[in-house]
Design a protein around this ligand. Structure first.
Ligand code: PXP
Length: 261
């Protein structure tokens, strides 16, 4: 069964807006788990704009599924991860001014530094994933630096989906098979890049995850790609939770992911 990692950063964003104690991300993690989340994902940013060190410290003691810690490959963060030992560390690029993580890691351009960071985290017992764009040279570099997994950045695909509609993503093309003309769905554009990257990642022995910008609509074509075993989703779930509650918002996404073949 494929996994849903629920990113609870934006519960902390809301708390930080008033600098108080509510809403509590640890409670959100519990509700997410009770409603089908297979993992809790948090991004401890250098500027601590949402998740705080104390959140992570409590989460490692209370989360019953797994924790996926997104972080920059800095000395400070490697130290925190090695002390608290979440199940998975996802290395992401980080810029102070960005609203959210804007693109994948340039693994190719920093192979030596990432090789060291990945080795240290793996030696401390964590699964290491690299957040990358659907780019074959970055996938090969991720394998080269010793990563266990890659999380494919789906942000550009989600923007394309938003600009068009689901019909832009899948179209039926008549193909002659066994002497019969059949309509075969063909993936277009950004989705095709993700399909090729996911298949290549699996071929070279990487676990393949996906995330960024996914919601209940745009994830449907992505669920046709069998290589992707985990999805990390935050903003759309927390945004829907404002209207329908966190439990139902997690459950509808978990049900979608878990019933997909
Ligand atoms: N995966 C990674 C590596 C991310 O940086 C983020 C955003 O924090 C997500 C997944 C979740 O993205 P979204 O909030 O758009 O669902």
């Amino acid at each position: 069964m494929r996994r849903l990692g629920v990113n609870i950063d934006h519960v902390a964003t809301l708390r930080q807006a008033r600098g108080g104690i509510s809403p509590e991300p640890v409670v959100a993690a519990g509700i997410a788990e009770l409603n089908g989340a297979d993992q809790i994902t948090v991004h401890l940013r250098e500027d601590r704009r949402h998740i705080q060190d104390r959140d992570l410290e409590i989460l490692v003691k209370t989360v019953q599924t797994r924790i996926n810690l997104e972080m920059a490959a800095t000395e400070e963060m490697i130290g925190i991860a090695s002390r608290l030992r979440p199940h998975t560390v996802t290395l992401v690029p980080e810029k102070r001014q960005e609203l959210t993580t804007e693109g994948g890691l340039n693994v190719l351009g920093q192979r030596e530094a990432l090789h060291k960071a990945v080795s240290r985290l793996r030696d401390a017992g964590m699964v290491v994933s690299l957040f990358i764009d659907p780019d074959l040279s970055q996938l090969r570099a991720a394998k080269h630096v010793g990563a266990d997994a890659v999380e494919i950045h789906t942000g550009t695909y989600c923007e394309a989906f938003q600009a068009g509609n689901s019909a832009e993503v899948l179209r039926n093309v008549p193909v002659l098979r066994d002497g019969v003309l059949r309509n075969v769905p063909v993936l277009r554009g950004e989705l095709e890049k993700i399909r090729v990257a996911a298949a290549h990642g699996r071929n070279i022995g990487l676990k393949v995850y996906a995330g960024h910008g996914l919601d209940v609509r745009n994830i449907v074509p992505i669920l046709t790609l069998p290589e992707i075993e985990e999805f990390n989703i935050g903003h759309s779930i927390i945004a829907r939770a404002v209207f329908i509650g966190l439990g139902p918002a997690v459950k509808e996404m978990a049900d979608l992911i878990h019933v997909a073949p």
